[in-house]
Design a protein around this ligand. Structure first.
Ligand code: PLP
Length: 394
């Protein structure tokens, strides 16, 4: 009954883990969830008020497929001010989250068998999105310190290569790619006539000295072969509102619009109006959240780095730590053997009541992802519990 295309898909491991945590909690277990991929803050009040206002004003009908013009104009202003990229509103489409914009982009850009280079570790959905679009994901590991390995990217370029995907700041590693490496990727794209998709959803969450750079800003030539994807989810704590966008050459935006027009039509009308308020009135809220995340990142990095068997690269952005945990493999407690990252994650869930995501979900089987998007109180408790559980391994 099920199509071969869907049979080849793997379910989202992060969403499955969320369901497991919910189940354990209904059984009465105390679980600290360091597995989530969203800010723990509530959406800034001005955004909520703007959505309420829009609903009362009757802005509750279908909108144009690519989104209301005032929002696309506001996004164009944002992309110019923050990212140094010029887009006309007709070169922007608003979608139900960055996820849908990305998924549609692969549908538009991939012919059967086209290869998409994805640096790994990578966000869980890219591989499945590419497969669903008939493309072939080509996974290229980053360097050991999570820097983008542009030489490895170049070596992976083959006659069927069509797209290079970049995600900086990165989920799950928290790495922020340098301008030098981005410029080299841009040169490769021009030299080999490739398209670039850049996922910049964590752009506002940077704590280090490496600034965010948008690859499309480098030159008109790079602009013409880049799709810039961003969202309101992470920066404005709006994950549940489901709103993001893509900006790029008109022909590609038209293609994405065609897919969207026949699937979801448009992003929710009053959410689009509220998103304008997020862009124009919420800088202080974003900066407040960024600072809190930075404090938590510092605390968690210090604690995680001290865990025996954990080797944690220093993350400069997003809200994740992604230590290599292969130093724990082969250790045991009683009959239980920590054979791999999923076994470690299971052990920490059972023994410490802390939920973490094994790196397999991100194409990095020797690592584990911890989210520090949680209260300081919970982070301290989680680290105390993890420390005790790890100390029992020998
Ligand atoms: C790297 C990355 N891109 C895209 C998304 C999806 O964002 P949205 O919630 O806007 O669909 C996520 C969400 O976890 C992400 O981590």
């Amino acid at each position: 009954m099920i199509s071969d295309r869907i049979k080849r898909m793997s379910p989202s491991q992060t969403l499955e883990l969320n369901a497991k945590v919910a189940e354990l909690r209904t059984e009465g277990k105390s679980i600290i969830a360091l597995n989530t991929g969203e800010p723990d803050f509530n959406t800034p009040p001005p955004v909520i008020e703007a959505a309420h206002r829009a609903m009362l004003e009757g802005k509750t009908k279908y909108t144009p497929t690519p989104g209301i013009l005032p929002l696309r104009e506001a996004i164009a202003r944002k992309l110019l001010k923050d990212n140094g990229i010029e887009y006309d509103p007709s070169e922007i489409i608003v979608s139900t989250g960055a996820k849908f914009a990305l998924s549609n982009a692969f549908q538009v850009l991939c012919n059967p068998g086209d290869e998409v280079i994805i640096p790994t570790p990578c966000w869980v959905s890219y591989v499945e999105m590419v497969k669903l679009a008939g493309g072939l994901p080509v996974l290229v590991p980053v360097a050991h310190d999570n820097r983008l390995d542009v030489d490895a990217v170049e070596r992976a370029i083959m006659p069927k290569t069509r797209i290079i995907l970049i995600n900086s700041p990165n989920n799950p590693t928290g790495a922020v790619y340098t301008e030098i490496s981005m410029r080299r990727v841009a040169e490769l794209a021009i030299k080999h006539d490739l398209f670039i998709i850049t996922d910049e959803v964590y752009e506002k969450l940077i704590y280090g000295t490496t600034p965010h750079v948008s690859i499309a800003s480098f030159s008109p030539e790079v602009w013409a072969r880049t799709l810039t994807v961003n969202a309101f989810s992470k920066a404005y704590a709006m994950t549940g509102w489901r709103i993001g966008y893509a900006a790029g050459p008109k022909e590609i935006i038209k293609g994405i619009s065609a897919v969207q027009g026949h699937t979801t039509s448009n992003s929710t009308s009053f959410v689009q109006w509220a998103a304008i308020t997020a862009l124009e009135e919420c800088d202080e809220h974003v900066e407040f959240m960024r600072k809190v995340f930075e404090e938590r990142r510092n605390y968690m990095f210090e604690r995680v780095s001290k865990l025996p068997g954990f080797n944690c690269p220093f993350p400069e952005g997003a809200f994740y730590l992604f230590p290599d945990v292969s130093g724990t493999f082969g250790k045991r407690v009683g009959d239980r053997v920590i054979s791999d990252a999923p076994a470690l994650a299971d052990y920490l869930l059972d023994e410490a009541g802390v939920a973490l995501v094994p790196g397999n979900a991100f194409e990095a089987p020797t690592a584990i992802r911890l989210t520090y998007s949680n209260s300081m109180e919970n982070l301290i408790a989680a680290m105390d519990r993890i420390e005790v559980a790890i100390a029992k391994l020998s």
